[in-house]
Design a protein around this ligand. Sequence first.
Ligand code: MEV
Length: 350
Amino acid sequence: MLLATTQVSLGTPPSASQNSDVYMGVIASAPAKVILLGEHFVVYGEPAIVLAIDKRAYAKAELRQDKRLYLRSANLNFSGYFENGIFEIEKGDIKEAKLKFAPLKLVVEKVLEIYGDNVGLDVEVNSTVPVAAGLGSSAAVAAAVAASVGTLLNVKLPKETIFHISYEAEKIVHGTPSGVDPAISTFGGTLLFQMDTGFKPLDVKTDVPLVIGYTGVRRSTRVQIAKVQKVKNKYPRVVEPMMKTAREIVLMAIDALKEGDLEKLGDLMNINHALLCGLGVSDESLESLINAARKASALGAKLTGAGGGGCMIALVQNERIEQVQEAIQRSGGTPFMAKKTNEGVKIEES
Ligand code: MEV
């Protein structure tokens, strides 16, 4: 038996009918992700395998009578108005809110650029994805905002455009991201992602049962990326072979996924985690959950995303899932199951 709830839910999807006396607005959603293998190395051109999961971020866009942009985040409890570059706070700390809203403002501006006119908008975001946890919440929110505003204004936004807009927003948040997060939030499914060659959907027939363990420690992807950059600059001859090994791991994992060889996949996850430890992006909270999962018979366990806290994943045979979840919980983490989803960004209600 689990000791407490296995759900990590920081919000509920908004409903378009909440304000049914005014224009209904458009609600869009986009999925969070787990990186199965290859995070950080992907920033330097190596491949990564990433899965969209059934936790989604939602954005609701409505027209305003004036020309202001009103942004509200239900999860962060921030809201405020942008007008002519000036930000006026409604709720929350002005500095923090302005910083958090900057990528969303950019997304809206990019869509308005394509629309060709400046209109006032209310945009509300709400996410069932834990924030700053390595599950790609910022990219999912950005993709959902682009889709909701685009559809509201009747702007044709192909998924490629939503990806590019969300990637621009991610650069504001994370500095030099690879683009893996906006790609998966936009397109969904299971992707082999590489910066120079783009991404390729992977046809994964086998079930990949993953338990996610949330450490509860929030961290900044930007800081973790900078940490790796520092190690790489200081020890290039050490890190270069690690990059090659990371690439081999991903290539072998593609075969393991094709063959349904979960044991091999688990081993590769463990080796990948050792490399990430070497880069300095694991921490005590992650190590504790990863060790607990392995002791409870997970086939493999590693951090997922940027590390430094956030989430870990464990590959687990179906009959061991409860055991691994309990072990994660006893070690102070919040376990939950992730189901992969093929659904990328989509319109929920319009
Ligand atoms: C973040 O989800 C994954 C990193 O590899 C950064 C990136 O690829 O943008 C750490």
